[in-house]
Design a protein around this ligand. Structure first.
Ligand code: ATP
Ligand code: MG
Length: 259
């Protein structure tokens, strides 16, 4: 059975791409078959996985979605392989054109889902790195996902943004994808073992009851992690003995434990 996880938060720079890479490769290190899909026209996932100029790639998520819009058959074209045993489908600036084109397309929320259905049998996990907005590509990601992981930066709690995100997730669940669940909130870039995470958990519980889980493992802010992003490797390879590598590994174990 393949599980599709969207990594989403419309706030920028909260660690979505970093989490996608470290979750994807962390799962591959446990022997799982994984593909990471970039749903962000910034192309940062590709960069994090060693592609220096994603905008020069000629077959990406944008082409896949275009072909599905045109009712053409899609196959595994465009899927790349990373040396740490994951596949990935990159995106680039072209995805923003596609997003505009989707507005006039019948079934526009379902395009990514059609693709996922084609490739699903080859993987145990499909991880989708969303862009920092709640536009049509993010809606596509939520429409084909089984669960959502929401990275939240620890230094402050943008509760209003989070409320909007959660509202959107439940709207997609009601109207397009009844099986969609929030897997949990991952607190990222924690400066020190302060009370931030406790505050966040408390605020979340006040606002949503205990219905939304916060992952026990929190991710520290780490220069190593920041350097890793441009190295084209995962944190497990770049700085395997670092604390942040351990924290990401424990987070991956938490995700796997949930099934
Ligand atoms: P965007 O919304 O633009 O897609 P994002 O949510 O995907 O951003 P990332 O790109 O993962 O966020 O991270 C933002 C920046 O923070 C990157 O430069 C990354 O290297 C850095 N970063 C991510 N996690 C950590 C960490 N734990 N410690 C230090 N820096 C980090
Ligand atoms: Mg990103």
């Amino acid at each position: 059975m393949c599980k599709v996880i969207a990594i989403a938060n419309q706030k920028g720079g909260v660690g979505k791409t970093t989490t996608t890479v470290n979750l994807g490769i962390g799962l591959a290190n446990l022997g799982k078959r994984v593909i990471c899909i970039d749903a962000d026209s910034q192309g940062n996932l590709a960069v994090s996985l060693g592609i220096e100029e994603p905008d020069s790639l000629d077959y990406t998520v944008a082409n896949v979605i275009r072909e599905i819009c045109d009712e053409k058959e899609v196959d595994k074209k465009g899927i790349l392989h990373h040396e740490e045993n994951i596949d990935f489908l990159p995106a680039n600036i072209e995805l923003s054109d596609v997003e505009v084109q989707l507005i006039n397309t019948i079934g526009r929320e379902m395009m990514l889902k059609r693709y996922i259905e084609k490739i699903k049998s080859d993987y145990d996990y499909i991880i989708i790195d969303c862009s920092p907005n709640l536009g049509m590509i993010t809606i596509n990601a939520l429409t084909c996902a089984d669960t959502v992981i929401i990275p939240v930066q620890a230094s402050y709690l943008p509760l209003k943004g989070l409320q909007q995100l959660i509202k959107t997730i439940y709207k997609v669940k009601r109207q397009l994808n009844p099986k969609l669940e929030i897997e949990g909130i991952l607190i990222t870039m924690v400066d020190s073992r302060t009370n931030y995470s406790k505050d966040i958990i408390e605020t979340l519980n006040e606002n949503y009851g205990s219905s939304i889980r916060v992952f026990e493992n929190i991710i520290p802010r780490s220069i190593k992690q920041d350097e890793t992003t441009v190295s084209g490797k995962s944190i497990y390879k770049y700085a395997k003995n670092s604390n942040v590598a351990k924290c990401y590994k424990n987070f991956v174990d938490e995700v796997v434990k949930e099934g």
